[in-house]
Design a binder for this molecule. Structure first.
Ligand code: 13P
Ligand code: SF4
Length: 304
């Protein structure tokens, strides 16, 4: 405990000296969430990264999130405390493969989930997160085909909700995609009064069982406002820290103990401190990629 407190103290001091801001995704380990200036979903973190006047952004998340911060704030130093923290789903589409797809569908408009590399975003018209994906797709002109990359589960959910036909990439989040309807039904049989909260990265048969489908922030809002006392949570387990913190007196059960993203859990307090001391590892984006990826992200941020 003494070592932990010392680490937190040093991080807080150095953060001030460096004029740094710490951003944490809700899937991060609890001790990382506790030192962050903002804990949020992908959309909130992008907005904050674009708006902050801090000189340094310590991004406690995965590589594509830090890259988006670098695209939105090129004059700032963006640090990813564990350089190898990636997103297996983002790796399922490359710029080259997407260019080939676009050649086969001339005139198509391309929507990318924010879980993509900056190089892929540079090939796309507009980004989306799970919080705004339906609004983004609904905002598109109806006279051109739509390609959606890379999450097939989110893509199908959005197609159903928006009523738009889309050409959907075959990627997925390996963590959410492994959750089965049986996993959810088993926990439901143990807690029959619990409402089921499902992230749209889950398979359609799991989404089917939901009382509420939402991004991580949407789940937190729903749980805070609901009269219900019990919830089954079908997303990465890191969110349980915020759910328990923000909803005292309510109970949350993970839909499965398998819902752990190793990349999200790879950042430690020691790494955060080391990043602030050394201003490494940095995430940067080349000017050519940045210019095009910025248009894609700014278009998303303009959608209400
Ligand atoms: P949201 O926080 O936007 O719901 O994203 C989920 C996710 O998988 C991020 O990696
Ligand atoms: Fe990527 Fe899934 Fe991990 Fe999110 S939870 S970072 S989508 S692998």
């Amino acid at each position: 405990i003494a070592i932990h407190e010392q680490l937190v103290k040093e991080i807080m001091q150095l953060k001030q000296q460096r004029n740094a801001i710490i951003l944490s995704h809700v899937y991060q380990p609890p001790e990382i969430q506790e030192v962050a200036d903002l804990v949020g979903d992908s959309l909130e973190l992008s907005r904050r990264a674009a708006a902050t006047d801090a000189g340094v952004i310590v991004f406690c998340g995965v590589h594509f999130m830090a890259e988006s911060a670098a695209v939105l704030s090129p004059e700032k130093i963006v640090l990813l405390p564990e350089a190898n923290a990636g997103c297996p789903m983002a790796d399922m589409v490359t710029a080259e493969a997407l260019r080939a797809k676009k050649n086969n569908l001339p005139g198509a408009q391309v929507v990318c989930y924010v879980n993509t590399s900056a190089e892929v975003k540079a090939e796309c018209d507009i980004a989306c997160t799970s919080a705004n994906a339906v609004q983004v797709v609904t905002s598109l002109p109806t006279d051109r085909p739509i390609i959606f990359v890379p999450d097939k589960n989110l893509g199908r959910y959005v197609a159903r909700q928006s009523g738009r036909t889309m050409n959907i990439w075959e990627g997925c989040c390996p963590i959410h995609d492994q959750l089965s309807a049986d996993d959810v039904l088993k926990v439901k049989s143990e807690h029959p009064k619990a409402l089921v909260l499902v992230h749209p990265e889950c398979r359609p048969e799991v989404v089917e069982l939901a009382d509420h489908v939402a991004s991580t922030t949407g789940m937190l809002r729903f749980a805070r406002e609901s009269q219900n006392k019990e919830f089954i949570v079908a997303t990465e387990k890191g969110i349980l820290h915020q759910l328990n913190k923000q909803c005292p007196g309510k109970s949350f059960y993970p839909a499965s103990d398998k819902l752990v993203c190793r990349d999200m859990k790879s950042i430690t307090l020691e790494m955060v401190l080391h990043s602030l001391q050394t201003l490494e590892p940095r995430v940067t984006v080349t000017a050519v990629v940045r210019e095009r990826a910025l248009k894609c992200l700014e278009k998303m941020l303009a959608v209400q």
